[in-house]
Ligand binder design. Structure first.
Ligand SMILES: N[C@@H](CCC(=O)N[C@@H](CS)C(=O)NCC(=O)O)C(=O)O
Length: 129
């Protein structure tokens, strides 16, 4: 209860600072953005709105110009889907469909960001002038 009372204002503060300092999306040519969209298609990020690790990951998505579906893991059906599929209720977690029909659940914000940077580039390459 006390932990929740402390967590709430900290979460709001993180969201406030995030909104004030949001990174710029790369300005890509449409063909280049279409290439990025194709590489990230099917990915989804299980996350909580005010979790600092999720905010960090969403900032990376924005910086990379990666439009990935966000799924609120506090809500059904995403909470159970994450728990059943990934094995634990920890966010952020990136759901990565595999070509063989399986699914890889990638936990850890740093690993998710590194994976996305590997797919998309660092967000600066091929940006329109
Ligand atoms: N080292 C992890 C930490 C992630 C983490 O601690 N997430 C918290 C939310 S901020 C969580 O999922 N806690 C489980 C819960 O709240 O049920 C990362 O960088 O992704």
């Amino acid at each position: 209860m006390i932990a929740q009372l402390i967590r709430w204002p900290i979460g709001r503060l993180i969201l406030f600072v995030d909104a004030l300092t949001a990174p710029r999306r790369p300005q890509r040519q449409p063909a280049e953005q279409a290439r990025v969209d194709a590489t990230t298609r099917g990915l989804s990020l299980y996350q909580f709105h005010a979790c600092p690790f999720c905010v960090k990951t969403r900032r990376a998505l924005r910086r990379l110009g990666a439009d990935i579906e966000l799924r609120n893991a506090k809500l059904a059906p995403w909470r159970d889907e994450l728990l059943d599929g990934g094995g634990r209720l920890q966010v952020p977690c990136l759901r990565i469909p595999q070509t063989d029909g399986g699914v890889h659940w990638l936990y850890e914000s740093d690993d998710i960001i590194a994976y996305l940077e590997g797919l998309v580039g660092d967000g600066t390459a091929n940006a329109a002038a």
